[in-house]
Design a protein around this ligand. Structure first.
Ligand code: PDD
Length: 285
Protein backbone atom coordinates (compact mmCIF):
# COMPACT_ATOMS: atom_id res chain seq x y z
CA UNK A 1 0.00 0.00 0.00
CA UNK A 2 1.26 3.45 -0.90
CA UNK A 3 2.12 5.70 2.02
CA UNK A 4 1.11 9.31 2.35
CA UNK A 5 4.26 11.37 2.82
CA UNK A 6 4.79 15.05 3.58
CA UNK A 7 6.87 17.24 1.26
CA UNK A 8 7.15 21.02 1.59
CA UNK A 9 3.69 21.59 3.00
CA UNK A 10 1.83 18.94 1.01
CA UNK A 11 0.55 15.47 1.86
CA UNK A 12 1.13 13.28 -1.19
CA UNK A 13 1.09 9.61 -2.21
CA UNK A 14 4.74 8.48 -1.98
CA UNK A 15 4.99 7.93 -5.75
CA UNK A 16 4.04 11.57 -6.40
CA UNK A 17 6.48 13.08 -3.90
CA UNK A 18 9.43 14.73 -5.65
CA UNK A 19 12.61 16.58 -4.64
CA UNK A 20 14.89 18.39 -7.12
CA UNK A 21 18.14 16.85 -8.42
CA UNK A 22 19.76 20.14 -7.31
CA UNK A 23 18.62 19.72 -3.72
CA UNK A 24 21.61 20.20 -1.40
CA UNK A 25 20.50 17.23 0.66
CA UNK A 26 21.00 15.06 -2.43
CA UNK A 27 24.22 16.71 -3.71
CA UNK A 28 26.06 17.55 -0.46
CA UNK A 29 24.27 15.68 2.34
CA UNK A 30 23.56 19.24 3.47
CA UNK A 31 20.60 18.11 5.55
CA UNK A 32 19.63 17.18 9.07
CA UNK A 33 17.20 14.54 10.23
CA UNK A 34 15.30 13.04 13.15
CA UNK A 35 13.74 9.65 13.74
CA UNK A 36 10.89 9.51 16.23
CA UNK A 37 9.19 6.32 17.35
CA UNK A 38 5.47 5.68 17.35
CA UNK A 39 3.84 3.28 19.80
CA UNK A 40 0.11 2.75 20.03
CA UNK A 41 -0.30 5.58 17.50
CA UNK A 42 1.45 8.01 19.88
CA UNK A 43 4.65 9.99 19.32
CA UNK A 44 7.45 9.33 21.81
CA UNK A 45 9.81 12.03 23.06
CA UNK A 46 8.59 14.59 20.52
CA UNK A 47 9.88 17.59 22.48
CA UNK A 48 13.39 16.16 22.71
CA UNK A 49 13.55 15.43 18.99
CA UNK A 50 12.17 18.89 18.11
CA UNK A 51 14.77 20.54 20.38
CA UNK A 52 17.64 18.56 18.86
CA UNK A 53 16.40 19.34 15.35
CA UNK A 54 16.50 23.04 16.17
CA UNK A 55 20.04 22.67 17.55
CA UNK A 56 21.24 20.79 14.43
CA UNK A 57 19.76 23.50 12.18
CA UNK A 58 21.32 26.29 14.26
CA UNK A 59 24.75 24.63 14.23
CA UNK A 60 24.61 24.57 10.40
CA UNK A 61 23.01 28.02 10.04
CA UNK A 62 20.11 26.41 8.25
CA UNK A 63 16.68 28.03 8.32
CA UNK A 64 13.90 26.21 10.12
CA UNK A 65 10.97 25.99 7.70
CA UNK A 66 8.42 24.86 10.30
CA UNK A 67 7.30 25.77 13.82
CA UNK A 68 7.37 23.11 16.55
CA UNK A 69 3.56 23.20 16.80
CA UNK A 70 3.15 22.66 13.05
CA UNK A 71 5.76 19.91 13.14
CA UNK A 72 3.80 18.06 15.82
CA UNK A 73 0.67 18.50 13.72
CA UNK A 74 2.42 16.98 10.66
CA UNK A 75 3.59 14.01 12.78
CA UNK A 76 0.03 13.46 14.04
CA UNK A 77 -1.47 13.83 10.59
CA UNK A 78 0.97 11.29 9.10
CA UNK A 79 0.19 8.82 11.89
CA UNK A 80 -3.52 9.28 11.13
CA UNK A 81 -3.35 9.19 7.33
CA UNK A 82 -1.13 6.10 7.35
CA UNK A 83 -2.95 4.40 10.18
CA UNK A 84 0.39 3.88 11.91
CA UNK A 85 0.20 2.04 15.21
CA UNK A 86 3.87 1.07 15.67
CA UNK A 87 6.94 2.29 13.83
CA UNK A 88 8.85 5.47 13.14
CA UNK A 89 8.52 8.87 11.56
CA UNK A 90 11.55 10.02 9.57
CA UNK A 91 12.00 13.76 9.18
CA UNK A 92 14.58 15.49 7.00
CA UNK A 93 15.29 19.14 6.37
CA UNK A 94 17.84 20.10 3.73
CA UNK A 95 19.19 23.50 2.76
CA UNK A 96 16.98 23.29 -0.30
CA UNK A 97 17.32 23.68 -4.03
CA UNK A 98 19.45 26.62 -5.22
CA UNK A 99 18.88 25.59 -8.88
CA UNK A 100 22.48 24.49 -9.51
CA UNK A 101 25.48 22.81 -7.87
CA UNK A 102 27.71 25.10 -5.84
CA UNK A 103 29.70 24.32 -2.68
CA UNK A 104 28.92 27.68 -1.08
CA UNK A 105 25.67 27.91 0.87
CA UNK A 106 22.94 29.57 -1.22
CA UNK A 107 21.45 32.94 -0.37
CA UNK A 108 18.88 33.30 2.39
CA UNK A 109 15.92 33.28 -0.02
CA UNK A 110 16.39 29.59 -0.92
CA UNK A 111 13.76 27.71 1.06
CA UNK A 112 14.76 24.54 2.91
CA UNK A 113 13.24 21.24 1.76
CA UNK A 114 11.25 19.37 4.38
CA UNK A 115 10.24 15.74 4.03
CA UNK A 116 8.55 13.42 6.50
CA UNK A 117 7.45 9.83 6.05
CA UNK A 118 6.27 6.94 8.19
CA UNK A 119 7.88 3.52 8.57
CA UNK A 120 6.07 0.53 10.00
CA UNK A 121 8.24 -1.55 12.33
CA UNK A 122 7.92 -4.07 15.10
CA UNK A 123 9.62 -2.09 17.86
CA UNK A 124 8.21 -3.68 20.98
CA UNK A 125 8.74 -7.32 20.13
CA UNK A 126 12.02 -7.34 18.26
CA UNK A 127 13.52 -10.85 18.50
CA UNK A 128 16.85 -9.30 19.66
CA UNK A 129 15.34 -8.44 23.04
CA UNK A 130 15.37 -12.12 23.99
CA UNK A 131 18.72 -13.08 22.44
CA UNK A 132 20.66 -9.82 22.70
CA UNK A 133 22.77 -8.28 19.95
CA UNK A 134 26.28 -9.16 18.86
CA UNK A 135 28.62 -6.32 17.87
CA UNK A 136 32.08 -5.92 16.38
CA UNK A 137 34.35 -2.91 16.79
CA UNK A 138 35.35 -0.83 13.77
CA UNK A 139 37.45 2.28 13.38
CA UNK A 140 35.27 5.42 13.66
CA UNK A 141 35.81 7.17 10.34
CA UNK A 142 32.97 9.69 10.52
CA UNK A 143 33.40 13.47 10.46
CA UNK A 144 34.13 15.28 13.72
CA UNK A 145 30.70 16.91 14.36
CA UNK A 146 28.68 13.84 15.26
CA UNK A 147 26.61 15.93 17.67
CA UNK A 148 24.85 17.39 14.61
CA UNK A 149 22.36 14.88 13.23
CA UNK A 150 23.20 15.19 9.54
CA UNK A 151 22.31 12.81 6.74
CA UNK A 152 26.00 12.04 6.06
CA UNK A 153 25.44 8.39 6.84
CA UNK A 154 27.78 6.67 4.41
CA UNK A 155 30.27 5.54 7.03
CA UNK A 156 27.57 4.26 9.42
CA UNK A 157 26.13 2.34 6.44
CA UNK A 158 29.58 0.88 5.72
CA UNK A 159 29.98 -0.05 9.39
CA UNK A 160 26.60 -1.87 9.28
CA UNK A 161 27.81 -3.75 6.20
CA UNK A 162 31.03 -4.75 8.02
CA UNK A 163 28.88 -6.04 10.87
CA UNK A 164 26.71 -7.94 8.43
CA UNK A 165 29.76 -9.47 6.72
CA UNK A 166 31.02 -10.58 10.16
CA UNK A 167 27.64 -12.22 10.88
CA UNK A 168 26.76 -9.86 13.74
CA UNK A 169 24.10 -7.24 14.38
CA UNK A 170 25.95 -3.94 14.59
CA UNK A 171 29.30 -2.17 14.89
CA UNK A 172 30.62 -0.13 17.80
CA UNK A 173 32.81 2.69 16.56
CA UNK A 174 36.23 3.18 18.12
CA UNK A 175 38.36 6.33 18.12
CA UNK A 176 41.67 6.77 19.95
CA UNK A 177 41.13 3.40 21.58
CA UNK A 178 37.72 4.32 23.02
CA UNK A 179 34.19 3.51 21.95
CA UNK A 180 32.35 6.57 20.71
CA UNK A 181 28.93 5.01 20.02
CA UNK A 182 27.15 2.40 17.91
CA UNK A 183 26.66 2.94 14.17
CA UNK A 184 23.15 4.34 14.83
CA UNK A 185 22.79 4.25 18.61
CA UNK A 186 24.50 5.13 21.89
CA UNK A 187 26.60 2.43 23.57
CA UNK A 188 26.78 1.39 27.24
CA UNK A 189 28.54 -1.20 29.37
CA UNK A 190 27.71 -2.26 32.90
CA UNK A 191 30.45 -3.24 35.34
CA UNK A 192 29.94 -4.02 39.04
CA UNK A 193 26.47 -2.46 38.88
CA UNK A 194 27.76 0.77 37.31
CA UNK A 195 26.41 1.97 33.95
CA UNK A 196 29.26 3.39 31.87
CA UNK A 197 28.64 5.43 28.71
CA UNK A 198 30.64 8.05 26.86
CA UNK A 199 30.15 11.64 28.03
CA UNK A 200 28.49 14.15 25.69
CA UNK A 201 30.69 16.06 23.25
CA UNK A 202 31.09 16.51 19.51
CA UNK A 203 32.27 12.86 19.21
CA UNK A 204 28.78 11.41 19.66
CA UNK A 205 25.16 12.16 18.89
CA UNK A 206 23.35 13.42 21.98
CA UNK A 207 20.74 10.69 21.98
CA UNK A 208 17.24 11.65 23.06
CA UNK A 209 16.76 8.10 24.35
CA UNK A 210 20.14 8.33 26.13
CA UNK A 211 19.08 11.46 28.02
CA UNK A 212 15.80 9.87 29.12
CA UNK A 213 17.33 6.51 30.06
CA UNK A 214 20.10 8.13 32.13
CA UNK A 215 17.55 10.31 33.94
CA UNK A 216 15.40 7.25 34.71
CA UNK A 217 18.47 5.28 35.80
CA UNK A 218 19.45 8.05 38.19
CA UNK A 219 15.93 8.27 39.59
CA UNK A 220 16.07 4.50 40.15
CA UNK A 221 19.32 5.03 42.15
CA UNK A 222 21.43 3.21 39.58
CA UNK A 223 25.08 4.30 39.41
CA UNK A 224 26.18 6.08 36.23
CA UNK A 225 29.63 6.99 34.99
CA UNK A 226 29.80 9.18 31.87
CA UNK A 227 33.28 8.60 30.46
CA UNK A 228 34.96 6.94 27.49
CA UNK A 229 35.51 3.17 27.73
CA UNK A 230 37.71 0.87 25.67
CA UNK A 231 36.74 -2.25 23.71
CA UNK A 232 38.89 -4.27 26.14
CA UNK A 233 36.80 -2.91 29.00
CA UNK A 234 33.63 -3.75 27.08
CA UNK A 235 34.81 -7.35 26.64
CA UNK A 236 35.15 -7.75 30.42
CA UNK A 237 31.87 -5.99 31.22
CA UNK A 238 29.07 -7.81 33.05
CA UNK A 239 26.58 -6.63 30.44
CA UNK A 240 26.13 -4.08 27.69
CA UNK A 241 23.33 -2.38 25.79
CA UNK A 242 22.48 0.31 23.26
CA UNK A 243 19.80 2.98 23.11
CA UNK A 244 18.07 4.77 20.24
CA UNK A 245 14.62 5.95 19.24
CA UNK A 246 14.01 2.82 17.18
CA UNK A 247 15.49 0.22 19.57
CA UNK A 248 14.71 1.91 22.94
CA UNK A 249 17.08 -0.12 25.18
CA UNK A 250 18.51 -3.23 23.52
CA UNK A 251 20.88 -5.73 25.17
CA UNK A 252 24.32 -6.53 23.72
CA UNK A 253 25.70 -9.97 24.60
CA UNK A 254 28.85 -10.23 22.51
CA UNK A 255 31.68 -7.83 21.60
CA UNK A 256 34.29 -8.84 19.01
CA UNK A 257 33.46 -12.52 19.51
CA UNK A 258 33.74 -12.34 23.32
CA UNK A 259 30.64 -13.32 25.26
CA UNK A 260 29.67 -10.88 28.04
CA UNK A 261 28.83 -12.38 31.44
CA UNK A 262 26.75 -15.51 30.94
CA UNK A 263 25.97 -14.50 27.35
CA UNK A 264 22.37 -13.65 28.15
CA UNK A 265 20.74 -10.19 28.03
CA UNK A 266 21.55 -8.34 31.24
CA UNK A 267 19.28 -7.29 34.09
CA UNK A 268 20.09 -3.57 33.92
CA UNK A 269 19.17 -3.42 30.22
CA UNK A 270 15.89 -5.25 30.86
CA UNK A 271 15.03 -2.98 33.78
CA UNK A 272 15.88 0.20 31.90
CA UNK A 273 13.90 -0.89 28.85
CA UNK A 274 10.88 -1.48 31.04
CA UNK A 275 11.18 1.86 32.85
CA UNK A 276 11.87 3.72 29.60
CA UNK A 277 8.81 2.30 27.86
CA UNK A 278 6.54 2.88 30.82
CA UNK A 279 7.66 6.45 31.47
CA UNK A 280 7.92 7.60 27.86
CA UNK A 281 4.46 6.23 27.03
CA UNK A 282 3.06 8.36 29.86
CA UNK A 283 4.39 11.45 28.11
CA UNK A 284 3.72 10.33 24.52
CA UNK A 285 1.76 12.81 22.41
N1 PDD B 1 19.81 6.95 15.03
N2 PDD B 1 23.99 7.77 17.82
C1 PDD B 1 23.82 7.76 16.49
C2 PDD B 1 25.02 7.80 15.62
C3 PDD B 1 22.52 7.67 15.94
O1 PDD B 1 22.37 7.66 14.60
C4 PDD B 1 21.41 7.59 16.82
C5 PDD B 1 19.99 7.53 16.30
C6 PDD B 1 21.64 7.61 18.20
C7 PDD B 1 20.52 7.55 19.20
O2 PDD B 1 19.81 8.77 19.24
P1 PDD B 1 18.26 8.80 19.66
O3 PDD B 1 18.18 8.14 20.99
O4 PDD B 1 17.94 10.24 19.73
O5 PDD B 1 17.51 8.05 18.60
C8 PDD B 1 22.94 7.72 18.66
C9 PDD B 1 18.51 6.94 14.44
C10 PDD B 1 17.52 6.11 15.18
C11 PDD B 1 18.64 6.55 12.97
O6 PDD B 1 19.56 7.06 12.36
O7 PDD B 1 17.82 5.78 12.45
Amino acid sequence: MSRTVYVNGEYLPEEDAKVSVFDRGFLFADAVYEVTSILDGKILAFDGHAARLKRSLDELQMKNPISTEDLLEVHRELVKRNDLAEGMIYLQISRGNPGDRDFAFPSEDVTPTIVLFTQTANLLNSPKIATGMKVISVDDQRWARRDIKTTQLLFPSMAKMMAKAAGVDDAWLVEDGHVTEGSSNNAYIVKDGKIITRHLGSEILHGITRAAVLAYAEAAQMQIEERPFTIEEAKTADEAFITSASTFVMPVVEVDGVMLGDGKPGKSAARLREIYLEESMKQAL
